[in-house]
Design a protein. Structure first.
Length: 454
C-alpha cells in the first residue's frame, strides 16, 4: 500500500512539473507576476507602512507626555542631613520618586498640520505604490508585445525559408533538364542564404526580448517562459471615445494625477508647518516628587541618643516629603539665526514648484490620452487596409509560384513577390500588436486596471 502511495505522489509531482513547463503566459499573467515579485513594488509597500507609522505618531503628538522616575543613591562620608540640614560623617541611603506630565496647548498649528500631512502621506504612499505598479505593467506590456512580434516573425521567416528551399529544389531539377540556367540556381541559393540569415536574426531578437521580459518580471532566467502568441487574435474596430471625458475622469482618478495633487498638498502643509515657528507655543506641565532618607551606620552620642531614632518611617516620609506643582509656559521665538525665515521660504518655493509640476503632469496626461486614442484609431484603419494587402499579395504570390513552375516567370520576380508578401504580413502583425497595446492604454485611462487579478 505504501508503494502505491509513493508512486502516485511521484506521478502527481511529475504531472505538475510538466504542466508548469507547458504553461502559456498571457500578457496579464506576465504583468501580474511582475507586480507581485518586483523588488521596487515591495519597497513601495514598506514606504507606505512607514507613512502609516508616522501617521500614528502624529496622533500621539496630541496626547500628553507622561514620564516617571525612580532614583536611589548611597552617600559615604560627609553629607547633609535632609531633616535639619546639618552635616555629619555618616553613610546615608536616599530614594527618589517622581512623575511628570506635559501637554502642548498651542503650537502655531504645527501639530494639526503635521497630522494632516501624515494623513496625506499615507494616501500618497498608496497612490505611489499603484503608480509604480502601473508603470511596471506598461513596461511589461511593451516588452511582451516585442517578444510576441519577433516570435511570430521567426515563424514567418521559417516558413519563408522552407518555401525558398522548395523553390531551390525545383530550380535545380529544371536546370538539370535544361529548363533553367545556373544563374537561376545561384539566385535561389542566394535567397535561401538570405532567408537563413533573417531567421537567425529574428530568433536572436526574440531571445533578447524574452530575456528582457524575464528581467522586467523578475522571472528566473533559467526557467522557460512561453508567451501567448494568440494575443493578436481579436477584432480591430475603431472606437468613439471622447478625449475630454476620459481626461476629466483620469484627472481625478489616475495615479499619476493623484500623485501630483497629493505631493502639492503635502508641500503646502509643510509650508504651514514652517510658518508655525512664527507663533508662540503654550504648554501645560505638572510634576509630583517625593523622597525617602535613612542613615545606615549612625552611632549613639554621649547621651545615648541615636540619630536614626529621629528618622520617620518610609510611609510617613513618602507622604510628608511630597512636592506637587503645575504650570503653563509661553514660549515666543525671537531669533533663531534666520532659520525660521529660510525654512519658510524654502517650503513656499517647494510648494510653488509642486504646483507647476502638477500643471505639467496634467498637460502631459491630456496629451498622452489624446495621442493614445489617435494611435488606436490609426492602427485600426491600418489593420483593415493591411489585411486586404495580405490577402491580395498572397493570391499574387501563389499565381507567380505557378508561373515560375511553368517557366513563365523569372526567379527574381518570384522572390520580389515573396518578399512583398512577407513585408505586408510583418506590417500587419506589427499594427495588430500596437492596436492591442494602445487599446489597453486607453482603457487604463478610462479606469480599467492594467492588471486583472486572476
Amino acid at each position: 500500500m505504501k508503494k502505491i502511495v509513493i508512486t502516485s505522489t511521484l506521478l502527481v509531482s511529475l504531472a505538475t512539473s510538466l504542466i508548469a513547463q507547458e504553461k502559456v503566459w498571457t500578457l496579464n499573467d506576465c504583468m501580474q507576476y511582475a507586480v507581485e515579485n518586483s523588488p521596487k513594488i515591495k519597497q513601495k509597500k514598506s514606504e507606505t507602512d512607514s507613512y502609516k507609522a508616522s501617521y500614528i505618531s502624529s496622533i500621539g503628538d496630541f496626547l500628553p507626555s507622561i514620564e516617571t522616575g525612580l532614583g536611589t543613591d548611597f552617600n559615604f562620608g560627609r553629607s547633609a542631613n535632609p531633616i535639619d540640614n546639618s552635616y555629619s560623617n555618616v553613610s546615608t541611603f536616599n530614594n527618589y520618586y517622581s512623575a511628570a506630565a506635559s501637554l502642548y496647548l498651542l503650537r502655531g498649528g504645527i501639530l494639526i498640520n503635521q497630522w494632516r500631512q501624515a494623513k496625506v502621506n499615507v494616501t500618497l504612499g498608496k497612490t505611489d505604490e499603484q503608480y509604480a505598479k502601473d508603470e511596471l505593467a506598461m513596461n511589461i506590456m511593451d516588452t511582451y508585445v516585442n517578444t510576441v512580434y519577433y516570435k511570430e516573425m521567426s515563424h514567418m521567416a521559417m516558413d519563408k525559408l522552407e518555401e525558398s528551399k522548395n523553390n531551390l529544389y525545383i530550380t535545380q531539377r529544371k536546370e538539370e533538364l535544361g529548363l533553367k540556367s545556373l544563374a537561376d540556381v545561384a539566385q535561389m541559393e542566394a535567397q535561401v542564404a538570405t532567408d537563413e540569415y533573417n531567421l537567425t536574426n529574428y530568433q536572436n531578437l526574440y531571445n533578447t526580448n524574452l530575456l528582457s521580459l524575464k528581467e522586467s518580471m523578475n522571472f528566473p532566467v533559467d526557467e522557460e517562459l512561453q508567451v501567448d502568441l494568440a494575443v493578436k487574435e481579436k477584432s480591430y474596430l475603431p472606437g468613439y471615445d471622447s478625449v475630454t471625458d476620459i481626461y476629466e475622469y483620469a484627472k481625478e482618478n489616475n495615479p499619476a494625477a493623484l500623485k501630483a495633487d497629493l505631493q502639492l498638498r503635502q508641500l503646502k502643509l509643510q509650508y504651514k508647518i514652517a510658518k508655525g515657528d512664527y507663533f508662540p507655543t503654550i504648554s501645560f506641565y505638572g510634576q509630583i516628587y517625593t523622597n525617602y532618607y535613612n542613615i545606615l551606620n549612625a552611632l549613639p552620642d554621649e547621651q545615648g541618643n541615636n540619630p536614626k531614632d529621629n528618622i520617620d518611617p518610609f510611609n510617613t516620609q513618602f507622604k510628608n516629603n511630597r512636592n506637587e506643582y503645575i504650570g503653563i509656559s509661553l514660549t515666543i521665538l525671537i531669533f533663531k539665526r534666520l532659520n525660521t525665515i529660510s525654512n519658510a521660504r524654502k517650503a513656499r518655493n517647494n510648494a510653488q514648484i509642486a504646483a507647476e509640476q502638477q500643471t505639467e503632469t496634467l498637460r502631459q496626461l491630456h496629451k498622452t490620452i489624446e495621442q493614445s486614442i489617435l494611435d488606436r484609431e490609426g492602427y485600426a484603419k491600418e489593420v483593415f487596409q493591411l489585411e486586404k494587402q495580405v490577402e491580395y499579395n498572397a493570391i499574387a504570390y501563389r499565381l507567380n509560384q505557378r508561373k515560375y513552375e511553368k517557366g513563365l516567370l523569372s526567379s527574381i520576380e518570384l522572390q520580389v513577390s515573396a518578399n512583398d508578401l512577407l513585408k505586408v504580413r510583418a506590417d500587419l502583425l506589427q499594427k495588430q500588436l500596437m492596436y492591442i497595446m494602445k487599446s489597453r492604454i486607453v482603457d487604463y485611462y478610462k479606469g480599467i486596471p492594467l492588471v486583472e487579478n486572476n
